[in-house]
Design a protein around this ligand. Structure first.
Ligand code: TXA
Ligand code: MG
Length: 311
């Protein structure tokens, strides 16, 4: 923790060019970034996170045009990109034959996950760097994702050349991951875009093939994830002594934390991971979380909380 977050876009670009790891702000969560075309640099991401090599990374690019140099976009994929980029959507498409992203970043698959983030500092980094940046969420595998620069320093302070401080992530949940093959769209991960918003563009989204257990369509979707150290109890109404209560809505005035006193799921999404970390820092015997309606971003919040609570 002896490093200070720096608002230093050119420093971040120089570090990426050297093959170093950099903490980068995005509107969803902070990323642990490396040059996606440099396999040695990408290998450092897997080592730092303790991430299994079969779990591919998202490559971040500055524009749809840059994305189309790496992946094959069907008309539906292009329509989704035009509707939601820059923003909290990752598209999984076939790799271009001459895709510059290294095989390790794609975990050897013939598909690639691509995203154009909207955070202005990340946009500046991508523009100045001129190459794709591979970046998973900047947390040790299994832990809650980071939504501030100091969370990133808590997780990786020693491993990083620098963390670019872009303030708190406004969305607070990772991107929605949608695989597009021709005119078929499959929702691989709920995230910072609601199902309703996506389906307004795609029509009903397909579910990942449950029969494909041996080679899961989204290798990252293991159950336990996003977990604080303390056990998590869901849909609770009060905490016993030694426990911490995370409320939602006006009924939880006296709770230790409240994800949104007004009962707004968008605000709750933005607060979720920071509040989980703050609750965990109190070393409670358990973290009790109030019920949150599963509408809009509430569906993705429920997904993250189920994983956080998995024993
Ligand atoms: O908001 C986000 O998506 C953040 C920020 C930093 O962009 N990144 C992020 O990355 O959450 P990560 O690595 O934590 O999650 C990426 C997800 C994983 O579930 C991974 O399995 C899936 O995307 N994924 C990546 N490439 C894929 C591919 N080719 N096919 C299927 N799933 C893929
Ligand atoms: Mg992650």
């Amino acid at each position: 923790m002896d490093q200070k977050p720096l608002k230093n876009v050119l420093g971040a670009v120089a570090a990426l060019a050297r093959g170093d790891l950099v903490g980068l702000p995005t509107e969803t969560v902070y990323g642990l970034g490396a040059d996606a075309t440099n396999a040695d640099a990408v290998a450092k991401i897997f080592a730092a996170k303790g991430r299994p090599h079969f779990n591919p990374l998202i490559s971040h690019v500055v524009s749809l045009e840059a994305a189309e140099a790496l992946g094959v976009f069907s008309p539906l994929a292009r329509k989704l990109a035009k509707a939601f980029w820059p923003g909290p959507l990752s598209l999984v498409v076939a790799r271009q034959p001459d895709c510059a992203v290294c095989d390790l970043a794609c975990a050897g698959l013939d598909t690639i996950a691509l995203r154009v983030p909207s955070h202005p500092l990340m946009q500046q980094v991508l523009h100045a760097f001129g190459k794709p940046v591979a970046a998973p969420s900047a947390n040790v595998s299994g832990r809650p994702s980071p939504t501030t620069a100091s969370h990133v320093l808590e997780e990786f302070g020693d491993t990083l050349t620098l963390v670019l401080d872009g303030g708190p992530s406004l969305v607070g949940l990772e991107s929605a991951v949608v695989a597009v093959t021709g005119d078929q769209a499959t929702l691989l991960r709920l995230g910072g875009l609601s199902r309703e918003a996506l389906e307004a563009v795609t029509g009903p989204l397909l579910a990942p093939d449950a029969s494909a257990k041996a080679a899961p369509a989204s290798p990252g979707m293991v159950l336990r994830h996003y977990s604080p150290r303390a056990p998590v109890r869901l849909n609770g109404s009060s905490a016993s002594s030694g426990e911490v209560m995370i409320g939602f809505g006006p009924d939880f005035d006296g709770a230790d934390f409240n994800l949104s006193p007004a009962g707004d799921v968008v605000e709750a999404a933005a607060q979720l991971f920071a509040v989980l970390r703050a609750a965990d820092a109190l070393n409670p015997s358990a973290i009790v979380i109030a019920a949150i309606p599963e509408t809009g971003l509430g569906e993705a919040i429920a997904d993250r909380l189920r994983r956080a609570a998995d024993p």
